[in-house]
Design a protein around this ligand. Sequence first.
Ligand SMILES: Cc1cc2nc3c(=O)[nH]c(=O)nc-3n(C[C@H](O)[C@H](O)[C@H](O)COP(=O)(O)OP(=O)(O)OC[C@H]3O[C@@H](n4cnc5c(N)ncnc54)[C@H](O)[C@@H]3O)c2cc1C
Length: 436
Amino acid sequence: MLGKVTVIGAGLAGSEAAYFLATHNCQVDLYEMRPSKKAPAHHTGKFAELVCSNSLKSFELDTATGLLKEEMQILDSLVMKAAKLFQVPAGQALAVDREKFADYIDKTIRALPNVTVHHEEITSLPKDGLVIVATGPLTSAKFSRELRRLLGVEQLYFYDAAAPMVLKSSLDFNKCYYKSRYDKGMGDDYINCPMTKEEFIKFYQELVRGERVKLRHFEKEKYFEGCLPIEVIARRGAQTLTFGPMRPVGLERENAPLPYAVVQLRQDDSLAEVYNMVGFQTNLTFPEQERIFRLIPGLEKASFVRFGVMHRNTFINSPLLLTNKLTWRQDPRVFFAGQIIGVEGYIESACSGLFAAINAWRQLQGLEMVALPKETVIGSLVDYVVKANPDNFQPMNANYGVLNSPLKDKMAIAELSLAKLREWRDKYVDCLSGIL
Ligand SMILES: Cc1cc2nc3c(=O)[nH]c(=O)nc-3n(C[C@H](O)[C@H](O)[C@H](O)COP(=O)(O)OP(=O)(O)OC[C@H]3O[C@@H](n4cnc5c(N)ncnc54)[C@H](O)[C@@H]3O)c2cc1C
């Protein structure tokens, strides 16, 4: 064994980190506070639980999220393995059966003989050894306070929301129909609830007036633009819905007029029983969600498996605090990874866990820590979070804007990125098949 690493949090980032380290001859102490202490958006005690959408976004190589997924596979990502095994139809998106996905990751990690799992809340940083902090956007209150004390700067935060899920058997298929936008994927991956103009107006008026869960006195209304609650989008004007999450284009049917607006439902489990409402993350109270969302044609008798929720979302001021190896500037034995560093998204969080683990593994061997190639999405994201303006730092997801490539053609960008990452892996991360 090379030595021990403590990983705090077994979410997307912590699971990737623990798996990499354990399959590369390291002892891992993995701390996860669930299920004894519940995180506000999680429902199980399983590792790598997806808290909201079951979509890991596009897998097409000409998108930054698609390219990031290919990069993750070059680095032997456990999250990508699980996603591919438990994929459900979702057009050009990689969506998964969330239960099976988490179950696979959970069992795979627990089965590794050199991983010791502690179901405990960490409230202070371990004093010795290498540590990867991957406690996510919902880092427990006690540990958040301790981090704020240690890091010496106010942590930043914003709000993030999750969408409701409904049972397919409760939908009215005299009104709903199957179709993916522009027939992508299998062509019929989504269930659509079409609205006439009159139906939309009635729904819209109720949505903007709907009662919301009150924020606590110390909480400011501050959102991530990429994941706004549907009622907040609506308050910016009706067209932000009909040109946004409820846009009908590409969803026309033969012999039927183009709907004025459409609510899309995406399959959430492999049995196709549970569907989530795409783009309908919300902070409406539960009774209001039931009342207002049942105005959507086809959902009049919808049975809600889960209501939408909104939570505080914690992240640190990485440009001030972290190096491009994801170590804390003040103490290189401490790494941060996942959404707490200010990346946004499941795959983005997972990839930073994998990268932190690679450098922890190198540090344990007395090897120099290494930065990622700047031509890759994963490298550009890390670069962005450690170099952004600290006065106005906001979480970032994978996109071509952060990838500062000299090339214009997206497929050429992808080819270059994958070639650079393979080269990097071969040079700095050997034995990728595992050394158990
Ligand atoms: C409500 C909400 C909805 C979201 N929806 C989406 C979405 O639809 N799509 C998307 O791509 N991204 C979404 N995100 C953003 C983000 O991608 C996910 O939160 C992702 O799970 C982050 O991965 P992570 O590993 O950093 O954190 P997590 O997956 O949250 O893992 C952190 C783990 O640390 C544990 N933990 C926390 N504190 C402690 C402690 N003190 N001691 C021990 N364990 C601790 C937690 O229980 C948790 O298991 C959402 C976030 C939130 C909060």
